[in-house]
Design a protein around this ligand. Structure first.
Ligand SMILES: Cc1cc2nc3c(=O)[nH]c(=O)nc-3n(C[C@H](O)[C@H](O)[C@H](O)COP(=O)(O)O)c2cc1C
Length: 386
């Protein structure tokens, strides 16, 4: 198995094992994906990625992180995403989207305003906070709103929201769905004992804390049909006192896979706003690969790894050594949207056949000329040296 072997999941074939990790861009008005999203996500598809997973997209307005999140809570939001999915497909990549509900971590500013919780005074700038909901009435951290504990009826309505958003994602042309079950958002907050203090059918034991995620998975599978891959991003470890660790997550992954999840996308952290969890989970190169490897070897499921994958050989080895089935890159892709093509080149495939023909037909001969000049000892600065 190599980085550039196709990956078939249900009825969908990813042309290679490089994916673009979902990244919120806080650039939507009314939850609508616009020209920015077409260009931003289209670049990665033209850049050769096997799957491009669009940012955390709210299934309900209450489940946004900020006022500028994208959404699929209404039919009016389908058309913008259709443009994105269409370009990604036409460029030979698989269009994916991450569906999300931020739960108690919602109603904050964008990261470049430090993700500060919205307060009533923000209403003057058109950014009023909105009421949050979560499994239990516990704030995500100091200064954050105390969410309302969801009633059984709220939970049932919420499951329907996921279903409807997933159906809209299908209508928009997406062929790969990821559920955001990590980073302290609603699904994760049901799973973790740190944020779920319920004593009813949705909390109290590991099995009951899993109930809401399993209901969401069933509803989403119903909406997307049998043929579409379903990925679930999980925080493999909470990195918080009393939180989930990797042994717990292996059990969870087993239940998710049995419920119809095809890929466990292994991330970590975020259950509270306490950043000390970041130091407990050391940010080294490929820092989630051990988690991915463990789940992949102990559970019958495909896994994705993410986090500081920056180098072609590193990514290739993560696949070849069996650490993951799919390697997701976030910030590296922002830095170089053509990373996948460049990785092929770095790993020895100089054919340029994977590029869109409009680019590849020009870049192939250019590469051969550059190689010839290099072999002749010429550099771009040669003419200035005499
Ligand atoms: C700008 C930005 C936005 C992000 N938004 C999301 C998101 O919408 N959903 C998610 O699961 N992770 C999100 N993440 C986390 C990334 O998907 C990824 O897991 C993380 O950046 C680590 O991978 P990297 O080192 O390749 O960037 C975001 C990260 C960045 C940098």
């Amino acid at each position: 198995m190599t980085l550039f072997s196709p990956l078939a999941v249900r009825d969908v074939a990813l042309p290679n094992r490089v994916g673009v990790s979902p990244m919120c861009m806080y650039s939507s008005t009314g939850g609508v994906a616009g020209d920015f999203h077409v260009a931003h996500l289209g670049r990665f598809a033209l850049g050769g990625a096997g799957v491009v997973i669009a940012e955390a997209t709210a299934v309900h307005p209450q489940g946004r992180i900020s006022h500028f999140d994208s959404g699929l809570w209404s039919d009016e939001q389908v058309e913008g995403w259709r443009r994105v999915a269409s370009l990604v497909s036409a460029s030979g990549s698989v269009p994916g989207i991450q569906l999300s509900h931020a739960g108690r971590r919602g109603a904050v500013r964008e990261p470049w305003y430090a993700g500060a919780p919205l307060v009533d005074a923000d209403a003057a700038a058109g950014q009023a906070p909105w009421p949050l909901s979560a499994p239990s009435a516990i704030a995500a951290g100091p200064g954050h709103q105390i969410p309302a504990a969801m009633s059984i009826a709220d939970i049932a309505r919420s499951v329907q929201d996921w279903h409807d958003a997933a159906a809209r994602a299908m209508a928009a042309g997406f062929r790969f769905i990821e559920l955001h079950g990590a980073h302290g958002y609603l699904l994760h907050s049901f799973l973790s004992p740190v944020s779920n203090h319920r004593t009813d059918a949705y909390g109290g034991t590991a099995e009951r804390r899993l109930r809401y995620p399993l209901e969401v998975i069933a509803a989403v599978r119903d909406a997307i049909g049998h043929g579409v891959p379903l990925s679930y991003r999980i925080s493999t470890v909470d990195g918080a006192d009393g939180g989930l660790d990797v042994d717990d997550t292996v059990q969870v992954a087993r239940a998710l896979a049995a419920a119809g999840v095809d890929i466990i996308d292994t991330s970590s952290g975020g259950i509270t706003t306490d950043r000390s969890s970041d130091t407990r989970i050391r940010r080294g190169f490929a820092f989630h690969a051990d988690f991915s490897r463990r789940i992949r070897h102990e559970v019958e499921v495909l896994t994705a790894t993410v986090g500081f994958v920056v180098d072609p050989e590193q990514a290739a080895m993560l696949i070849e050594r069996g650490d993951a089935d799919l390697v997701l890159l976030g910030r590296q892709m922002l830095d170089d949207p053509n990373w996948t093509h460049h990785a092929r080149l770095a790993l020895g495939d100089t054919s340029h056949e994977s590029w869109d023909v409009r680019f590849g037909s020009a870049l192939g001969p250019r590469h051969r000329t550059l190689t010839r000049l290099q072999e002749a000892g010429e550099t771009p600065l040669s003419r200035f040296r005499n």
